[in-house]
Each structure stands twice: as C-alpha cells, then as structure tokens.
Design a protein around this ligand. Structure first.
Ligand SMILES: NC(=O)c1ccc[n+]([C@@H]2O[C@H](COP(=O)([O-])OP(=O)(O)OC[C@H]3O[C@@H](n4cnc5c(N)ncnc54)[C@H](OP(=O)(O)O)[C@@H]3O)[C@@H](O)[C@H]2O)c1
Length: 301
C-alpha cells in the first residue's frame, strides 16, 4: 500500500485489516508521526523513488495498491514524482518479483480530461506509464470522482457551508458531476482484491447516482436533510480565475503547494464529471451503498 497516510489510503488500510488482509504500507520519513501500531499492519519507511525501499515494500506481497499521489502543485513537475515517476518505479520492482503481484492504481476521473490541469495531465500520464510498461503485471486502474467522507479536508469546508445554508458554486455551476463516499471506494478496492485477476483494465466508480448530480440536486438534498433553505452563491469564473492566478503567483514566490490554481478552476468549471460504474460492477459484483444524502449525514455528524 502506498499513500496509506492520506485520506483515502488510511481508510483502505482500515478496511483491509478488518477483512483480515495483512498490509505493508509505505510511509515517508517526513510523515512517520502518522504511523500507528495495529495488528496485521507493518510500515516500510522510505521514499517512493528509492528502489531499496520499494523492494522491501513489495517483497512477498500478492497485490499492490498504489494510492500515493500529489493533489497540489504549482506546475507539472510538482506532480511528476508521486503521480508519474512512482508508477514506473513500482512497475519495475513489481515486475521483478518471483511471484508478480497484481497492481491497482488509484488514478482519478480527472485523467479523462488531461488538458484541464497539470494534476489531470499527471494522472493520465501515470496511467499511460502503467499501460505501456506493465508487461506481465496484471493491472487495474480505478478512476474515482470527488471522494468525500470523514478524514477528508478538501471538500469538507464546502460541505460545512452547505450545512450552514450557503452553497458556493464555482462558475455558472451548469455542469454535472459524480461523487463517491469514502466507504464505497474502499469497498471497491476490497472487491478488486477479492475478484482476482479478472478485473484488469480501467474503471470508473461512483455512488450509484446514474447521470451524476447538478448543483441544484446537491442543494435540494441539503434542504431536505437539514430542513433549512440553502442559498446558492455562484462564484463567477473570472473571479475564481483571478484568485487562482494570484494564489499561484504567491505559492511560487513563498514556496507552498497551492490547491486553487488556474488548472483547478478549469477542473471545477468543467461541465461533465459524470462517470459510469457499470463495467466495474459487472467485473467484481461491487455495488455502491451510500448516496449523497447518507454520505453528507455521516461526514458532517
Ligand atoms: N480525494 C479525492 O477526492 C480524490 C479523487 C480522485 C482521485 N484521488 C486520488 O487518490 C489518491 C489519494 O488521494 P487523497 O485524497 O487520499 O490524498 P492525500 O490525503 O493528500 O494523501 C496523499 C497520500 O500520498 C502520499 N504522497 C504524496 N506524495 C508522495 C510522494 N512523492 N511519495 C510518496 N508518497 C506520497 C502522501 O504521503 P504523506 O502523508 O507523506 O504526504 C499521502 O499518503 C491520489 O492519488 C489522488 O490523486 C483522490
């Protein structure tokens, strides 16, 4: 397991341990404080770029879940180590094992539209590296849409504002998007593990809402859930773009990794982030269980 110290990776590890799976997880030296002791879990400390670390991590495993990824950056080069180079390194080490492990890459729905942002381009390039170099490795790519749930910090502020009665909608908010609650994504990973080698390929997953949500759908669900009006506040795309350009310039000057960048604005204002989970369901028998209403309730309680 890589990315086991992050939002999605932590949840995957918790569920795998519950299911009785023995897990070896990578932790970067700078993040060792995120490690915890629990039966069935062992940590390997090191960097993804270090071959010795990867050999230790992959030694004797039957499956690899590559969930580490950069979601913030000022340019493509900030996304390269975690989202592209690491895939090549893992493929190389996995392919040299005596028993070659299966490999699941947690990509992103963003990879479907690589021209939108450096993040999207990096996720797509990571997928392409996997497809072109995997050789004998049995690989699967999962492309989740927006993932939310306890432990997430990116979407949480937006959801908290919705509960307070204000929905901040990027651009005109005319697009449609799929979402997935963390537990359903985690179950998808478990299904991949359980369904063996028949799950090769690239798959989308979502929370079961065919056709995705509009912002009006989200507001209606919140109104029903919280029994209060939810005011929709459209943030003009021009305003968002200016704020993003300023943030990016500041990040480059001061040296932090920004989330709001012009690329992120293009992602946020994209009109179609709806995905189709039928192929993954057919391949594994997985069915999402938690719609947005239930997911909001669990996330915000
Ligand atoms: N959250 C979403 O809505 C969403 C949607 C679609 C796809 N995804 C994908 O899901 C994956 C996990 O996302 P998340 O939301 O859990 O992000 P997160 O909370 O930021 O966690 C990122 C994880 O990746 C690790 N990581 C980052 N850069 C690394 C590097 N250079 N070397 C080794 N490890 C590195 C982090 O380790 P440290 O703790 O050491 O920083 C952390 O464990 C990513 O690949 C992301 O693209 C997320």
């Amino acid at each position: 397991m890589t990315g086991g110290t992050g939002f999605i990776g932590r949840a995957i590890i918790r569920r795998l341990l519950q299911a009785g799976v023995q897990v070896k997880a990578l932790v970067r030296p700078a993040s060792v404080s995120s490690c915890y002791e629990v039966s069935g879990l062992s940590w390997v400390c090191g960097e993804l770029s270090d071959e010795t670390t990867l050999r230790q991590l992959l030694d004797g495993v039957s499956a690899v879940v590559h969930c580490a990824g950069s979601v913030r950056g000022t340019s493509l080069k900030d996304f390269v180590p975690a989202n592209i180079a690491s895939v090549a390194q893992i493929v190389q080490v996995a392919g040299s094992q005596v028993v070659i492990p299966r490999l699941l890459l947690i990509s992103s729905l963003a990879a479907r539209s690589p021209d939108l942002s450096d993040y999207a381009a990096s996720k797509r390039q990571g997928e392409e590296v996997l497809r072109s170099t995997a050789g004998a490795i049995n690989w699967t790519i999962l492309r989740p849409p927006a993932v939310y749930g306890p432990g997430d910090r990116e979407l949480l502020p937006l959801l908290q504002w919705i509960r307070r009665g204000l929905a901040f909608v990027p651009g005109g908010g005319a697009g449609r998007f799929s979402m997935i609650y963390i537990n359903d994504l985690v179950e998808a990973v478990l299904s991949w593990l359980q369904y063996g080698s028949g799950v090769a390929g690239c798959y989308e997953v979502h929370d079961g809402k065919v056709g995705g949500y509009s912002w009006d759908d989200v507001c209606s669900i919140a109104v029903e859930l919280y029994q209060r009006p939810v005011r929709r506040i459209n943030i003009a795309r021009g305003l968002l773009s200016s704020a993003a350009a300023l943030n990016l310039a500041l990040a480059r000057l001061v040296g932090y990794q920004p989330m709001l960048t012009p690329g992120k604005v293009r992602e946020l204002c994209h009109d179609n982030w709806v995905c189709d989970d039928r192929a993954f369901g057919c391949a594994t028998g997985w069915h999402p269980q938690i719609g947005l209403r239930e997911g909001l309730l669990r996330t915000l309680s």
